[in-house]
Design a protein around this ligand. Structure first.
Ligand SMILES: NC(=O)c1ccc[n+]([C@@H]2O[C@H](COP(=O)([O-])OP(=O)(O)OC[C@H]3O[C@@H](n4cnc5c(N)ncnc54)[C@H](O)[C@@H]3O)[C@@H](O)[C@H]2O)c1
Length: 271
């Protein structure tokens, strides 16, 4: 079968997206060629029935991919992209998920006439619950934007932005965001244990509470502030806890500081 998509980098994010694509009917495994130097990660891709090679020299000479997805670390993205230069300035669209790296960097390596999409995904993509945000350069046709969005939708919700500068803020909110929530689960678990619960019970309560609250916020259509008020009895237990978290905007300021640190780091990674 013809290779339609090359995935360069099958680590945490590359594999999360690949698993979503292959599980959906949007792409057949045999249409994907994975380029990944780590043998164990190539085996993971092969287990999904994808072809996998260790480096770009293993790509069959007659390959004309519709899409090359770059899912390597920002620190090696320039060097990795250069291996796909022969697909630049043509029909192939490039999709990068690297934090920070701007479209201009890819255009400088691949050629100024290359259609390029930047996408910021997140790891819940592995179970179809990701948040994918796209920015496309002017060479990406409306049809291709729709096709790429359709492919990405197999991994979760898809949104687009028109101003590339906002990609740093997107990265700081939804790209890195799952880690903030996982840390909150760790903190709630530790607090539960400190309050006397057995560790396994504390873990279950913390995880199911975050899961249930996120699902309720997503599915009810209500403002999170209203849902919070529905939990908070006057002078009750929740009010006591929220006094600690919300007093002096403590958590709000802390989250704002964390998001700003991530945004600033995304800007740095792009340099
Ligand atoms: N992990 C996340 O939550 C997340 C979210 C959004 C975006 N991203 C972005 O995704 C990219 C990958 O991050 P990750 O967390 O998956 O990292 P990772 O280290 O898990 O995966 C990167 C993979 O690239 C492979 N690789 C290295 N050089 C290569 C080359 N020349 N050709 C092909 N493969 C090569 C590595 O062996 C590794 O398996 C980063 O640019 C990151 O900014 C990650």
């Amino acid at each position: 079968m013809t290779i339609k998509l090359i995935l360069a980098g099958c680590g945490n994010m590359g594999y999360a997206m690949l698993a979503g694509w292959v599980k959906s009917t949007k792409l057949k495994a045999a249409e994907v060629l994975v380029v990944e130097p780590a043998e164990a990660l190539r085996s993971r891709a092969e287990a999904l029935d994808c072809l996998a090679v260790a480096d770009a020299t293993g790509i069959p000479a007659d390959t004309k991919p519709e899409l090359v997805v770059l899912a390597v670390k920002p620190q090696v993205i320039r060097e990795a992209t250069a291996a796909y230069k022969k697909f630049g300035n043509g029909e192939t669209t490039f999709l990068s998920v690297a934090a920070g790296t701007p479209v201009a960097t890819f255009a400088a390596i691949l050629g100024e006439r290359t259609p390029i999409v930047r996408c910021m995904p997140n790891t819940p993509a592995a179970i179809g619950k990701g948040m994918m945000v796209m920015f496309s350069n002017s060479l990406v046709s409306e049809t291709t934007k729709k096709d790429v969005a359709d492919l990405l939708s197999s991994s979760g919700a898809v949104a687009a932005i028109d101003d590339e500068v906002l990609m740093d803020a997107v990265t700081a909110v939804s790209g890195s965001g799952p880690a903030y929530i996982f840390h909150f689960i760790e903190c709630l678990t530790a607090a539960g244990e400190h309050a006397g619960l057995p560790i396994q019970t504390a873990k279950l309560l913390a995880m199911q509470t975050v899961y249930g609250a996120a699902a309720l916020a997503a599915e009810s259509g209500e403002e999170p502030g209203l849902l919070r008020q529905q939990v908070t009895s006057p002078n009750g237990t929740t009010a006591a806890a929220l006094g600690v978290l919300m007093g002096g905007d403590r958590l709000k300021n802390l989250v704002a500081e964390a998001v700003e640190a991530a945004r600033a780091r995304s800007v740095e990674l792009g340099k």
